[in-house]
Design a protein around this ligand. Structure first.
Ligand SMILES: [Zn+2]
Length: 314
């Protein structure tokens, strides 16, 4: 996991992409979608379109699939993963979220859309996503050596925590637990963007797995959507942390809290308070770190808010 440091305003590497501006994007979405709904194809009984902020690493792509006859299931195979679709229209209209992992290389990627009709007859079609390159910002920092190389006595703890978190993200709850639109867990702006690469004391470290939002200690942290609290605890890098399972392989990971106000197994609705902003773990100041995983793919929470934020009600 990356180290999290708070940039001051002069080091905010994306000053033009603060969260409030991301919110403003919502008003542009109809036009944006019109420009980026890049594919439509008909094969057998399936017609699909997809919408996204951009076809780049770290983005969420929302597919809408129409079938001329009711289907009992539907999924998309892409990027060597399987993304389940869900229907809210008796099997005629399906939605599927596909994640383009942060480390995806640019290029053309084929995908396959498969389902079965209510009579069990298989239906499929396929297409191609042309993933464009993305230059994530980077910066160099000089910090105390202990921030670069953890002490030997904590390396085992870090390894075990990584294995624990990976095991959570790879477990798939078949049921879809989220609904409606996603909302930011705190009102503060983005202060450290997804995918940022930091070189500490000349040594590159893994790029940012989530997005950091500004927040004062004690600011309530709200569930970005409904789900189940799958894990709470104290992790070396992200301190007091809550992991929410939104179902179908979609997870929110919220870190650096000063207090956790939910417990494992709790069901939460969108906007329920799950904790308070803090500065626990490896930070230099209080903020909220939010990671989103979609079928293991590391995607930008702001991408999720853009394609499934308040402008999009389902
Ligand atoms: Zn972070």
């Amino acid at each position: 996991m990356p180290m999290h440091r708070i940039p001051d305003s002069s080091t905010c590497f994306l000053p033009r992409f603060c969260f409030r501006q991301a919110l403003n994007l919502r008003f542009l979405l109809p036009v944006f979608f019109a420009l980026t709904a890049t594919a439509a194809a008909q094969n057998n009984a399936l017609l699909f379109t997809h919408q996204e902020r951009s076809l780049q690493p770290g983005e969420v792509v929302v597919f809408e699939i129409r079938s001329s006859r009711p289907m009992r299931n539907m999924e998309i195979s892409a990027f060597e993963r399987s993304f389940p679709a869900f229907t809210e229209n008796e099997g005629l209209l399906w939605t599927c979220l596909v994640g383009i992992d942060r480390d995806t290389k640019p290029g053309k990627y084929g995908f396959k859309l498969e389902g079965a009709g209510t009579d069990g007859a298989p239906v499929s079609t396929q297409g191609t996503l042309n993933v464009l390159p993305k230059e994530f910002p980077s910066r160099s920092l000089t910090v105390e050596p202990k921030y670069v190389s953890p002490p030997a006595d904590v390396l085992d703890r870090i390894r075990k925590e990584r294995e624990l978190v990976d095991s959570i993200f790879t477990a798939i709850t078949a049921e879809k637990l989220w609904h409606g639109s996603f909302q930011a867990p705190v009102p503060g702006e983005v202060i450290s963007a997804f995918g940022k690469r930091t070189v500490f004391n000349g040594q590159p470290r893994s790029s940012h797995s989530g997005t950091d939002f500004r927040g004062a200690v004690g600011t309530p942290i709200r569930a970005p959507n409904s789900g189940r609290v799958v894990w709470t605890g104290d992790l070396y890098y992200t301190g007091k942390t809550v992991i929410l399972d939104h179902g179908q392989g979609l997870y929110s990971y919220l870190g650096h809290m000063s207090a956790i106000t939910v417990k494992e197994g709790d069901r939460v609705e969108t906007g329920n308070i799950v904790g308070k902003v803090g500065a626990t773990g490896r930070v230099t100041g209080p903020h909220l770190h939010w990671t989103v995983r979609l079928r293991i793919s590391r995607v930008d929470p702001v991408s999720l808010l853009t394609v499934l934020g308040k402008s999009r009600q389902k």
